[in-house]
Design a protein. Structure first.
Length: 201
């Protein structure tokens, strides 16, 4: 049985597909090239209760996603547009009073938006070029891994890094498959050794 295609791609996945910084992606969303959404169990916008997916504004995410200056690990947004609900107007978050807290790995682009963007700008990924397509997307894994290390810091042990890589493959794979742990450790060992040396120095 064939599984349905993905409905959403994380910003980190999109950055890996396009080779673009997350801040640049937020800028594209700000000018309407696609939507960025996140999920919330419940927020209040005045007398309206909002839950599920909400659309965000790219400019509200710049400080968190920027590649220059000191980047925040999360940010608070006060403007949302309900997604897949009857109301599609701009709403202002009143509860939580500080705003809706979001972080990079909680941001998605609807698949329909992503595919339309790739088609328009010639970014559609082509299978079958240059021989047999690899079973696992090792090239696509590196950008999300770098973002994770940047956001969370260097872990205490290589196994923690390997666990993150395995989790990424499971999430990115339509069938939930991932390389075996020994292969993952072998692939990431050079970057782990470099990070370990830098930390010790």
């Amino acid at each position: 049985m064939t599984l349905p295609s993905k409905e959403y791609f994380t910003l980190i996945e999109a950055g890996a597909r396009w080779g673009a910084p997350l801040g640049t992606i937020a800028g594209w969303a700000e000018v309407g090239r696609f939507r960025i959404v996140t999920s919330t169990p419940h927020i209040a916008c005045g007398d309206r209760r909002v839950f599920g997916m909400v659309e965000l504004f790219g400019s509200d995410l710049f400080k968190m996603l920027s590649t220059t200056g000191k980047r925040s690990r999360c940010c608070l947004v006060r403007r949302v547009i309900p997604f897949h609900q009857d109301c599609t107007e701009l709403l202002y978050v009143t509860k939580p009073e500080q705003g809706l807290r979001v972080q990079p790995d909680e941001l998605w682009i609807p698949a329909i938006d992503l595919y339309r963007f790739e088609e328009k700008y010639g970014l559609a990924q082509r299978a079958g070029k240059g021989g047999r397509e690899p079973k696992y997307d090792w090239e696509g894994m590196w950008a999300p891994l770098c973002v994770h290390i940047f956001a969370e810091g260097v872990p205490a042990a290589m196994q923690e890094l390997a666990n993150e890589v395995q989790a990424w493959f499971i999430e990115a794979s339509p069938t939930g498959e991932a390389p075996d742990m020994s292969t993952i450790r072998r692939r990431i060992r050079p970057i782990w050794e470099a990070l370990k040396k830098e930390r010790e120095d």
